[in-house]
Design a protein around this ligand. Structure first.
Ligand SMILES: Cc1ncc(COP(=O)(O)O)c(C=O)c1O
Length: 400
């Protein structure tokens, strides 16, 4: 009798999907969730989202949209009403000058970044990316076939980025420079002067700048600033914004880009073959957010400043932890390298893993953001929760 051995079929996935990794932040969220499902009380400093509820007037607009049957397809890049609201809000807050044809509404800021990079970056192109970087930039660039030229920054200089530092990385293949101020994960904020110098340099060299403004309203350092106010340099600039953090709307998925019309129409073409329009109901909510009272934005900002000071003081009080004062967003990026070599811990991911499994505090290890000595601690939570987590961290680190 002959035995037939069936070979396991080899799953051959595409080269482009094999070039990228799952988001490091989502991995932590999932692991913390698994512990919670086992009934474990986890203090969550891992999530990258506001703890505030979405403001009531925004929720009301979504409910009215459903009741009014605004539940059908819209134009791919968003309704005219929404696109006008995006450009108007940006013009009022940042002195920019865009038309409806120069904006697109996407399914979150990440989607806007994804679309823009697929449209601008080709195989072999280089993209300058300052370190530490938000996890998705690198993988989105790789998915497009591009290579990241990583710009190392110095923690002792508050992760400062200057045009001079960027200039040293430029090559004939450089296509794009990515800026993200305030920065996720470090909370570092670039001065308007430094940002303007980078834009001027890029303009001189014919290089694109993508400015990710997802945290632009959460700037605690200096005046609210967008490179879009440098109107003479718009030609090679893509501004990405999001309602996720500004209005505490992470789950609604609404982001946008502002860019020259040909780039926007290419992004629309891609969007027309993937997601189509962002959810119609969410678009109505977004109009309410952008056109309605903005007090909620400053109220949340004021609250984050208090939480930041609280968590930074708490972290600095833990022997061995070093922590710069973040100037924006809602993350601290403490240096925990003093603990390497203790209890077999050799890296930030080992420390974050042990901290989660043994002390039940979720943080994100720095490796996902391109640095080896840090963990990201999100302080978008209550003071009481910060205290609970800090106490657990203090005890855990003391016993390593
Ligand atoms: C720097 C940065 N850019 C973009 C995003 C995307 O946010 P969303 O897709 O929710 O708009 C995030 C989310 O964490 C972020 O931190």
């Amino acid at each position: 009798m002959t035995t037939i051995i069936q070979a396991t079929p080899v799953l051959k996935l595409t080269d482009r999907i094999n070039r990228i990794e799952p988001s490091a932040t989502l991995a932590v969220v999932n692991e913390a969730e698994k512990l919670r499902q086992q009934g474990i009380d986890v203090v969550d400093f891992g999530a990258g989202e506001p703890h505030f509820p979405t403001p009531q007037h925004i929720k009301d607009a979504a409910i009215a949209a459903i009741q009014g049957n605004f539940t059908k397809y819209t134009s791919v890049g968003g309704t005219a009403e929404l696109r006008d609201a995006i450009v108007h809000r940006h013009a009022v807050d940042f002195d920019s000058d865009y038309r409806r044809e120069e904006t697109i509404a996407c399914v979150g800021g990440k989607h806007a970044i994804f679309n823009a990079i697929q449209v601008l970056v080709d195989h072999g192109d280089e993209v300058v990316l300052p370190v530490p970087y938000w996890v998705s930039f690198k993988d989105i660039v790789r998915y497009a076939g591009g290579d990241c030229a990583l710009l190392e920054t110095d923690e002792s200089q508050d992760f400062r980025i200057s045009a001079g530092m960027i200039e040293r990385l430029l090559t004939p293949r450089t296509k794009l420079i990515i800026l993200n101020s305030p920065c996720n994960p470090s909370g570092a904020v670039m001065s308007p002067e430094s940002m303007s110098e980078v834009v001027r340099l890029a303009h001189e060299r014919g290089i694109w700048v993508m400015s990710d403004e997802c945290y632009v309203y959460l700037n605690y350092a200096n005046r609210r600033f967008s490179v879009a106010s440098l109107r003479d340099f718009k030609e090679r600039m893509v501004i990405v914004g999001s309602l996720s953090k500004t209005y505490s709307m992470t789950g609604w998925r609404l982001g946008y880009a502002l860019a020259p019309a040909p780039v926007i129409s290419a992004m629309q073409k891609l969007q027309s073959q993937s997601t189509s329009n962002p959810t119609s109901i969410v678009q109505k909510a977004a109009v309410a957010a952008l056109k309605g009272p903005q007090q909620c934005v400053s109220d949340m900002r004021a609250e984050y400043i208090k939480l930041r000071d609280h968590v930074v003081n708490g972290l600095r009080a833990i022997p061995g932890v070093k922590c710069t004062l973040p100037q924006g967003a809602f993350y601290t990026y403490p240096n925990i390298s003093a603990f390497f070599g203790r209890s077999g811990i050799q890296s930030a991911s080992e420390l974050a893993g042990k901290l989660l499994r043994e002390a039940h505090v979720a943080t994100v290890p720095g490796e996902g953001f391109g640095t080896t000595d840090h963990i990201r601690v999100s302080y978008a939570t209550s003071t009481a929760e910060l205290d609970r987590g800090l106490e657990r961290m203090r005890k855990f680190l003391a016993h390593l």
